[in-house]
Design a protein around this ligand. Structure first.
Ligand SMILES: [Fe+2]
Ligand SMILES: [Fe+2]
Length: 329
């Protein structure tokens, strides 16, 4: 059982007022910090407060709220997530994250709404529903149950992922044979095979993340040529978890590509903020203030620069918090 962090009512009220910007003057990155603190509490107070944030105008903030509700993994968040997914006037990035959160919580009661929106007009939303449906089914399969009962005590990546790694790479750390170029090439071809269900391609993606070598990073970066924004944003997300400087050139290219979808560029910006090597800084600075950059990209660069400063200031607590959505969804 996970130990609950205890905070006083006064501290909770303070977190609520920062997250919901009651003063009207709280910078976005401070609201993110309050959100990550609430997420770490993992309790129903946190769910109640986070759920109040969906009236905000920032799609970036709202998609992160949905992400955190999924990671808390408590069915008490489902009514809010259902409302967000069903609101067709909501930003697709936020609706996507609500569907993904349902996959993370993995309640069979979510199957019907996920089925309904798996034919949504927005591609990222319907693809997310497809993956979340497959994840809930997998969690309840023989292989899924076995996997969950044998979970490592301290996994390297603590996030609840939209898909498990490819079978064979499920248990524990990758073995030496998994690190061979042949094994990585095999995973890369699964990753790029558009005939496979997205869930299977995601499984290859998370297997490559767990391998994490420069060769695995190159295999993942090959996925940036795909035509699914959802798929590409998830690659940027896993780069934000891996924090490999080897992924920086591909992420900068994504951030700079104004023909790329906002959702993918946003995730690239946040991943760069997490990696925080010196060459990253001018790019984040540039896109935070560029007039022609979409709001979600600018805001992501603002949050990313805040992460960058923390990464470079020995204040590790925030970096830990951000490993969550690194920090994605
Ligand atoms: Fe995201
Ligand atoms: Fe996402």
């Amino acid at each position: 059982m996970v130990a609950e962090l205890l905070v006083s009512q006064t501290e909770l009220d303070k977190l609520e007022s920062v997250l919901l910007n009651h003063s009207g003057k709280v910078p976005l990155h401070n609201r993110f910090r309050a959100l990550f603190t609430l997420k770490a509490l993992k309790n129903e107070d946190a769910i109640r407060i986070i759920s109040k944030g969906f009236v905000d105008p920032s799609a970036l903030l709202k998609h992160e709220l949905a992400y955190c509700l999924g990671q808390i993994k408590n069915e008490a968040a489902l009514p809010t997530l259902n409302t967000v997914l069903a609101d067709e006037s909501e930003d697709p990035m936020v609706r996507h994250e609500a569907a993904e959160a349902m996959g993370a919580i993995s309640a069979t009661s979510s199957l019907s709404i996920l089925k309904k929106y798996s034919t949504d007009a927005n591609r990222a939303v319907r693809e997310t529903c497809e993956i979340a449906l497959a994840k809930i089914e997998w969690d309840n399969s023989e292989e899924g149950r076995r996997h969950h009962s044998q979970q490592e005590e301290t996994p390297v990546f603590t996030s609840i992922d939209p898909a498990p790694p490819t079978s064979g790479l499920l248990a524990g750390k990758p073995k030496p044979q998994d690190l061979s170029q042949a094994a990585i090439s095999e995973l890369q071809s699964r990753l790029l095979d558009t005939k496979l269900p997205l869930f299977e391609r995601y499984r290859a993606m998370f297997a490559l993340r767990n391998i994490g070598t420069p060769e695995a990073v190159d295999a993942l970066a090959a996925g940036f040529t795909d035509d699914s924004a959802l798929f590409k944003h998830e690659i940027a997300f896993v780069f934000g978890q891996l924090l490999s400087p080897h992924s920086v050139p591909s992420l900068i290219k994504v951030l700079q590509n104004d023909g790329e979808s906002d959702m993918v560029r946003h995730e690239a910006a946040e991943a760069l903020g997490g990696i925080a090597t010196p060459e990253v800084f001018p790019h984040l600075k540039e896109y935070m203030t560029r007039d022609d950059a979409p709001v979600v990209v600018k805001e992501s660069c603002q949050v990313a620069l805040d992460m960058f400063e923390y990464e470079n200031s020995y204040q590790f607590q925030y970096a830990d918090g951000l490993e969550t959505h690194a920090v994605d969804a």
